[in-house]
Structure formats: structure tokens, C-alpha cells
Design a protein around this ligand. Structure first.
Ligand code: PLP
Length: 399
């Protein structure tokens, strides 16, 4: 028998989504005739646009006309060029900085393996997407929490302690809020001053509509010296089931390998060559189609629908007397509630059949909130809103 990573015991017990799933299964078992209104979902609910389907199918057909084997580990040039053209035109990011991946989760895990275990200190927002904390716990890192609080508009404040790197995310899951240009500039300046690295999760960048919210951290001057950005086709283009993303590792990002300064990207390439052999050709073709004018138009239409659902959910709850955040540049609404978020989650599930995610599941500072998601099919929206209007504001709400 082999010894397993002892840190696994600290994450597996607290893992959020299986707990929610179990609560749902238990409810359904005891109430087989009751419908659940699922506002907990963080996955897409609209079908893949036809132009993207065609891109993937044509990629497969091409493979029937000529052998297309292992692709370049950093991804095909046609897709990297297109990503640069569509997203990074007015930034210092060049094609060589762009690496095609199978999505953000895998890329963040891959970056983590490049960093020396145990002796790094990492700052993590609270509440936040659970991956950052779970992964850092698994790697035995010292974690400094960055509370996201209503009084600070859910903007993380740089820590007083020395940290080596920080996970930032904007727009954010679960708060649904986003960091303005000024807030991001504050972080870039901090990273420069303290020689720290920023790992910037931009999973929801496709939803940004506010003009003072940057779509990439590289809109901030100097960010290319301190930030690695993780992007995905998952939410912006409906690729959660296909798996495609891209990571930006600017050439100027460096680390020490045996005390010698090396560029991060070359180390990433060594690791990728050991670990995997690139992302499938048809999927990269699908990504390329998604970035053509027709694909971009279809994606925007879908994202607008999710945002419309989020803002209708927010509006409805506010009309009921709740205080809500997010829902403008992100499809999540963070609703302030009285008391424990797990109690409120259970109350909504058992009394109104509304499934949410308790804020506490995303971290200590998520307590007192639940997350509701706009990732629902537009046809279900009217029924969902009707159900939300039934919530007893007197017993539940808090302003
Ligand atoms: N980052 C955040 C903040 C997320 O909420 C999610 C998924 O919900 C991901 C990353 C996962 O992205 P991907 O599908 O590219 O792995």
C-alpha cells in the first residue's frame, strides 16, 4: 500500500458540491412529486451554437481526409492568433504568450505543480471558487484569507503579511461582483512592490458589460510583469462539456529554478510535455469558429440571456425586500439573508423548492448570503420568478 497525500483529508470532507447534490437527492427522495427550481447551477443551460458545431464537425471531417495527430503542446497557431486578435489587441500580450488548455481548473492545477510545495504563502479571497483553497490545502501551502465584505464592495484588500502569490478572480464567483480598473491597478501595484505573483481567474470575462471593469488584467499597465491570466471557453462560449481554455503566461514572468532565474513559460512547457499531448484538434477548430463574427454574435446573445435571468432574479428579490449584489457583469446574484446560509439554503429548498448555494460553502465570509445563478434556460425564468415571489420576506429577508 502507498501513503496518500495527508492533506486530502482536509479537503474531501468539506467539498461543497457533493453536499448540495446530496441535499437535493434527499429532498427528491422524500418529495418525489415536487419540482426543484434549480438556481444553484453554475453550468450552462443553452445549446452549443450551430457555427461552433460546424467548426467541430469540419475539424473531424478534416481528420478523415489527412492524418492529424498530436498537436503542438501550446495549441494550434490558428487559435492562438485568433485569441490574440479578438481579446488582446490593445494589450502587451503577444501570440507567444498564449497557451491553449483544456480549461481553467486543469491549468490552475498545472501551475500549482510548478511551484515549490510547502514553503509558499498564498492569499485567497473569501468567499471564492473552492478550487484555490482546496488545491493550496492539498499542496500544503500557508493560506492567508482576503475577506470579501459588503463594506468594501466585495473588493479584496491586499494583505499586510508577506505572500508569494494571490488568486484573484473577476468577475467573481460567488459574489457576482467585479473588480474595477482602479481595484485591479491597486493589486498590480501591490504585486510589483512585493514581488508577488497574481493568478488571475477570468472565467466570467465574457459577461462584463460595465465600462470600468477590465476584460483582462493586461489592460492594467505593468500587469504583464506580475500576472498570469486563466481564461476559458466554458462559460463565455458554452464549452463546459467540450473543455477548452487558454492561459496567458507573459514572457516577462520569471521564477527561480535551483536559484537560477528562468521564464515561467519554459517551465510550463516542460511540465506540459510530460503531462499531456495537447488539446484535440476538432475542439480547437470549434474554438476558432466561436471567435469568428458569427460565433461571437451567438455567444453574446447567449450571455445576454443569462445576464437577463440574473438581473430579473435580482430585481425580483429586491422587490421582495432583499439586498442583493452582482448580476450585472456576472450571472451570479449574491443575496444577503438573516442568519446561517446553510439554514436559509435548507429553508428555501424545503419550503419553496428553490435550490441555491449557501455562501458559507465558499468560505467563512460567505456566511449570511446565498448565491443564485442566472444560468437557467430562459423558458424556465417566468416560473422561477413566480416561485421567488412566494418567499416570505418577513421571516427571511434582511436589509
Ligand atoms: N473559475 C471559476 C471562478 C469558476 O466558477 C469555474 C467554474 O465554475 C471555473 C474556473 C472552471 O472553469 P473551466 O471550465 O475552464 O475549468
Amino acid at each position: 500500500m502507498v501513503d496518500l497525500n495527508k492533506n486530502l483529508s482536509f479537503v474531501s470532507k468539506t467539498y461543497l458540491y457533493p453536499k448540495i447534490e446530496q441535499a437535493c437527492l434527499d429532498f427528491q427522495k422524500n418529495n418525489p412529486n415536487k419540482k426543484i427550481y434549480n438556481l444553484g447551477v453554475g453550468d450552462i443551460s443553452l445549446p452549443l451554437p450551430s457555427s461552433v458545431q460546424e467548426g467541430i464537425i469540419n475539424g473531424v471531417k478534416e481528420m478523415g481526409t489527412r492524418p492529424i495527430g498530436y498537436g503542438p503542446p501550446e495549441g494550434y497557431l490558428f487559435l492562438r492568433e485568433k485569441i490574440q486578435e479578438v481579446f488582446y489587441q490593445n494589450t502587451p500580450i503577444a501570440i507567444k504568450d498564449i497557451i491553449i488548455t483544456d480549461g481553467i481548473n486543469g491549468s490552475i492545477c498545472a501551475i500549482d505543480t510548478l511551484l515549490e510545495k510547502n514553503h509558499h504563502t498564498v492569499a485567497i479571497m473569501d468567499p471564492a471558487y473552492p478550487l484555490y483553497r482546496d488545491l493550496s490545502t492539498l499542496s500544503g501551502r500557508k493560506i492567508i484569507s482576503l475577506p470579501l465584505e459588503e463594506k468594501n464592495h466585495f473588493i479584496p484588500i491586499p494583505p499586510k503579511e508577506r505572500v508569494d502569490f494571490v488568486y484573484l478572480c473577476s468577475p467573481m464567483n460567488p459574489t457576482g461582483t467585479a473588480m474595477t480598473r482602479d481595484a485591479l491597478r491597486m493589486w498590480v501595484d501591490w504585486a510589483k512592490k512585493h514581488q508577488a505573483l497574481i493568478f488571475f481567474d477570468a472565467a466570467y470575462n465574457g459577461f462584463i458589460r460595465s465600462s470600468d471593469v477590465p476584460k483582462t488584467i493586461y489592460e492594467i499597465e505593468g500587469a504583464q510583469d506580475v500576472a498570469i491570466e486563466f481564461c476559458s471557453f466554458s462559460k463565455a462560449f458554452g464549452f463546459t462539456g467540450l473543455r477548452l481554455g487558454y492561459t496567458i503566461i507573459p514572457q516577462s514572468i520569471r521564477g527561480f529554478l535551483q536559484k537560477e532565474s528562468v521564464d515561467f513559460q519554459s517551465v510550463w512547457n516542460i511540465d506540459q510535455n510530460i503531462r499531456e499531448n495537447g488539446i484535440s484538434y476538432p475542439i480547437q477548430k470549434g474554438g476558432y469558429s466561436a471567435l469568428q463574427p458569427e460565433g461571437l454574435k451567438a455567444a453574446k446573445e447567449q450571455l445576454d440571456k443569462y445576464l437577463k435571468s440574473a438581473s430579473s432574479i435580482k430585481q425580483t428579490l429586491e422587490n421582495q425586500g432583499f439586498c442583493c449584489f452582482g448580476g450585472t457583469d456576472c450571472p451570479f446574484v449574491f443575496c444577503k439573508i438573516a442568519g446561517s446560509s446553510w439554514d436559509f439554503f435548507n429553508k428555501l429548498l424545503h419550503e419553496y423548492q428553490i435550490l441555491t448555494i449557501p455562501g458559507q460553502g465558499f468560505g467563512k465570509y460567505g456566511e449570511g448570503f446565498v448565491r443564485l445563478s442566472g444560468f437557467l434556460s430562459p423558458k424556465d425564468l417566468p416560473e422561477v420568478l413566480e416561485q421567488l415571489r412566494k418567499i416570505e420576506v418577513i421571516t427571511c429577508a434582511m436589509n
